[in-house]
Design a protein around this ligand. Structure first.
Ligand SMILES: Nc1ncnc2c1ncn2[C@@H]1O[C@H](COP(=O)(O)OP(=O)(O)O)[C@@H](O)[C@H]1O
Ligand SMILES: [Mg+2]
Length: 536
């Protein structure tokens, strides 16, 4: 065990949670509004306790803590004093009775209460409802703190769920100072840290809980025998792992730049104009931070590719949100995963929140709604509410191939700034796509007849053009021949593009988009594609 680990046998003094003057946390608001039962979803009991204690002292209330091991004890009592505790209160029903009996104003923090809410534990559920009723007219509040949500339907009206924000820069800054103080005399460690590096380390820790942050720092210290530039790599690596554990989020290393996308000039323009969106200048100018964009359209035409390039263009990190997994095997824990994903995104903001193929998720949410007792719809209403109310600079970019499964709520004004329709590429765009992918594979586009290729690839998506180039290269390599326009033309002639098979679907999509979405391109050369022309 490193020195950094807090001594587990003593309850450490609660760390002070600095809250900027003038702002009131949601928890404080609810306590003041006399909500009797509050459910905080968080791993961070210590920070929650510290925040509750702060609020309690401001409002002149006592604080009690409960766990299945200690029973109900006054907060801050040492383990020593707890020896004389009332073991009967280990029983949650007895503990709640005590809380009701108490006369003085107080907060009761029940830690890890969720197992008692699981299954058919009717006596506890019923008790909570009764307690909720009787506490309403008192100055007492019960706060359940738990890393996961267990919510019996009977309690939905009585329990208010609160998300406890992840630590902010100031918390990590204090943590880092404390750790540096602890290890400063250790001769084995080389601690030379500039204010600039310190700031970068603190920034890198955002998105983690305080405990995770402490562990990551300990690891960086041990591995690097101190803190240096290299520590950042360790921290970033660890952070990626931790975030991935959430199951829904992943840091995506976007390499793709705007030059790797052929066509889609309107969309590119729109994004370029918003390049400075999250800067202070833009804010001072009075520009609202954009919320997000939905890219809708034909499969394989560069929607996902475009999403990735925003990260490079705006120089912001991109978090990929695996919305399909919300409804996978994770149902049950999906609600807190969703909340945690949102929290992480907010705490690392400004950030791009990329939801690929959002239509798939909604398809899933319909299919499963009858079997998972409303979890799906709750998860989605959480998400939709967040979309329209979010205050943090989190830019959502979502892609979808199919409109039929998208619920109208998602498309309502106020969720996305703009919906772009990404159609099959036009002649000019196909030429550009050929150019890009030939260059990417070390071939000189100047030696190919791009206009002939573009015409032959009418109806092809960008992905299909890329595929044609790659398969031609394989053949040519096998036959020890050069890749030529003729070879490419042969390969194109042998391929039936998906748009031929799915022309009806594409027509429907176009009709839908015609008056609801903006075209991602100015170059609509539909006549070339062999598919019925529509005036957009
Ligand atoms: N407009 C385009 N310009 C360049 N490459 C493209 C374009 N459209 C598709 N591609 C190629 O096809 C691949 C798959 O496209 P993708 O962005 O995943 O399509 P979508 O998300 O619209 O289904 C891309 O990674 C890229 O290599
Ligand atoms: Mg895609």
């Amino acid at each position: 065990m490193t020195q950094l680990q807090p001594d587990q046998t003593q309850s450490p003094p609660p760390k002070k949670t600095p809250i900027p003057a003038g702002t009131m946390s949601e928890l404080e608001t609810l306590i003041r509004a006399r909500y009797p039962l509050i459910y905080i979803v968080s791993w961070e009991e210590q920070r929650v306790t510290a925040e509750a204690t702060r609020i309690a002292s401001k409002l002149g209330k006592g604080v009690f803590e409960w766990s299945v091991n200690t029973g109900l004890v006054a907060s801050g009592t040492t383990l020593q004093a707890q020896k004389n505790r009332d073991t009967a209160t280990q029983d949650p029903l007895v503990a709640m009775d005590k809380a009701v009996e108490h006369v003085d104003p107080a907060l009761y923090i029940f830690k890890d209460f969720h197992p008692f809410l699981r299954g058919q534990n009717m006596s506890v559920t019923r008790k909570l409802r009764e307690v909720a009723f009787s506490l309403k007219s008192t100055f007492k509040t019960i706060i359940l703190v738990s890393p996961m949500i267990e919510m019996p339907q009977e309690l939905e009206k009585d329990l208010t769920i609160v998300d406890f924000d992840l630590p902010k820069q100031s918390h990590f800054s204090a943590l880092l100072d404390r750790i540096l103080q602890e290890v400063k005399d250790n001769p084995k460690l080389n601690i030379r840290i500039t204010p600039a590096l310190k700031e970068r380390i603190v920034h890198a820790l955002l998105g983690l809980t305080l405990n995770e942050g402490e562990n990551v720092l300990a690891r960086a210290l041990v591995q690097g025998r101190g803190l240096s530039e290299q520590s950042l790599e360790v921290i970033n690596h660890e952070k990626k792992q931790i975030i991935r554990k959430n199951g829904l989020l992943e840091y995506y290393d976007a390499q793709e730049g705007m030059e790797s996308v052929g066509g889609l000039d309107h969309l590119k323009d729109w994004l370029l104009k918003r390049k400075i969106v999250f800067t202070n200048q833009a804010r001072d100018f009075g520009l609202p931070a954009p919320r997000g964009v939905l890219l809708l359209g034909v499969q394989g035409c560069g929607k996902s590719l475009m999403a990735k390039t925003i990260s490079t263009l705006w120089k912001l990190p991109i978090l990929r949100f695996d919305v399909g997994r919300v409804f996978g095997s994770l149902v049950g824990s999906s609600e807190q995963n969703m909340r945690r994903a949102i929290q992480i995104a907010e705490s690392v903001s400004p950030v791009i929140f990329w939801i690929d193929e959002i239509d798939k998720a909604f398809r899933g949410s319909r299919g499963s709604s009858s079997t998972d007792s409303g979890t799906s719809s709750r998860v989605f209403s959480t998400f939709l509410t967040w979309m329209s109310e979010k205050k943090h600079p989190v830019f959502v970019v979502a892609t979808a191939n199919d409109v039929a499964s998208l619920p109208p709520e998602l498309l309502r004004k106020g969720r996305f700034d703009e919906i772009f329709f990404v159609d099959l590429p036009s002649q000019q765009e196909r030429e550009a796509i050929f150019g890009i992918h030939l260059t990417k594979r070390k071939l000189d586009p100047g030696t190919f007849d791009l206009s002939q290729l573009g015409a032959a690839a009418s109806g092809f998506s960008g992905a299909e053009i890329e595929e044609a180039i790659v398969s031609t290269m394989f053949d040519a390599f096998y036959e020890k021949q050069a890749v030529s326009t003729e070879r490419l033309l042969t390969s194109l002639a042998q391929t039936v593009p998906l748009s031929k098979i799915m022309s009806e679907d594409i027509d429907t999509l176009r009709q839908w988009a015609a008056n609801r979405a903006r075209s991602a391109t100015s170059k609509t050369g539909r006549d070339q594609s062999g598919i019925r022309q529509l005036e957009l």
